[in-house]
Write a protein that binds this ligand. Structure first.
Ligand code: TYM
Length: 326
């Protein structure tokens, strides 16, 4: 069975963009692939975090995954920092990665602009991501388009390492969903819907109040035409709402365009809001039940115990090939 692996950072609340760009795919793939999912808590500390809040968010995130339909019997679910071999592998890979490559990464360029005093972890972040992926010889990495560049870097690093030290890593491929890949901000549809956005009016959180979600969708930015047509370049707001709609209903763009032919934007938005709210209310119900149980600890212990020996074996293999230790 082919393998997939993906990670989510426990920063802020989970957005509809995270669900559509990542979690949804993993739910679909769990029957088809040997699936690994982890909480990238070590990636989150590349920017300042409050320790108490971080701990709460980690548990909450696992429960969100489960509430969204991730089946613990079909996935290895674990926390990155509970498997120390990720960081160990990352260091060995850092020494096969060039500063130039890292400083050219789009996400690094964007994030480093925001603060004059950013950490070196922000720069080396993609190498830890490469370690996450390469430790398990995965075939595919389901990610949103914003992470594609990082998966490509993981391939470059793997190829370089294999050439220098002999065949060690399998070449992973990014797996990007065809439709609804990039969900954008409802207020500024040229930007991705991001949990770190300053204006939360454009961002739908899975744990948002249902009324708040409806308001956010009803006040989404559109355009001055009265035409529900998929055209991301000229109609980014409407195209984003179509993306959300088709992702949650399984319809095609053509079907959605036909359904809303002649509709005004108010009616269209109301339909989108209904679909989103139906989905989110189910997630919230399951989430609340999980938050009140200790099911999650058993799942995370099992995930940690399963993945540690695999990552350890990869680390030992690399160490040996690189001439480290005795
Ligand atoms: P993160 O936590 O920023 O996002 C998690 C996943 O959600 C996708 N995503 C989106 N997709 C569509 N539209 C959006 N608006 C949107 N926002 C987020 C992201 O592409 C991602 O797939 N570095 C990663 C976490 C990570 C990882 C890994 C992923 C660490 N190691 C190894 C895969 C493999 C990150 O920060 O994702």
């Amino acid at each position: 069975m082919e393998k997939i692996l993906t990670g989510l950072q426990p920063t802020g609340s989970i957005t509809l963009g995270n669900y559509i760009g990542s979690i949804r795919q993993v739910v679909e793939y769990q029957d088809k692939y040997d699936s690994y999912i982890f909480i990238a808590d070590m990636h989150s500390i590349t920017v300042p975090q409050d320790p108490k809040e971080l701990k709460e968010r980690i548990r909450s995130l696992v429960n969100i995954y489960l509430a969204c339909g991730i089946d613990p019997n079909k996935n290895k679910i674990f926390i990155q920092s509970e498997n120390e071999f990720h960081a160990n592998i990352s260091w060995l890979l850092e020494c096969s990665t060039y500063y130039g490559e890292l400083s050219r990464m789009t996400q690094f360029k964007d994030k480093s602009k925001k603060s004059q005093n950013f950490t070196s972890g922000l720069l080396t972040y993609p190498v830890l991501m490469a370690a996450d992926i390469l430790a398990y010889d995965v075939d595919y990495v389901p990610v949103g388009i914003d992470q594609k560049q990082h998966v490509e870097l993981a391939r470059d690093i793997a190829e370089r390492f294999n050439k220098k030290y002999g065949e060690t890593f399998k070449m992973p491929q990014p797996l990007i969903a065809k439709e609804g890949t990039k969900i954008t901000d409802l207020q500024d549809p040229t930007k991705k819907m991001s949990k770190s956005a300053e204006n939360k009016k454009g961002v739908i959180m899975l744990l948002d109040d249902l009324d708040v979600i409806r308001k956010k969708i009803m006040s989404a930015a559109t355009d001055s035409e009265m035409l529900v047509k998929y055209d991301p370049e000229n109609k980014p707001g409407i195209s984003n709402l179509i993306n959300i709609y088709i992702s949650l209903t399984g319809k095609t763009i053509e079907e959605a365009e036909k359904e809303f032919e002649g509709c005004n934007y108010g009616t269209f938005k109301k339909q989108v809001a209904d679909v989103v709210i139906e989905f989110v209310s189910g997630v919230q119900e399951r989430y609340n039940a999980l938050q009140n149980s200790n099911e999650v600890d058993k799942i995370l212990d099992a995930g940690r115990d399963y993945t540690r020996p695999i990552a350890k074996a990869k680390f030992e293999d690399m160490r040996k090939k690189m001439g480290l230790g005795r």
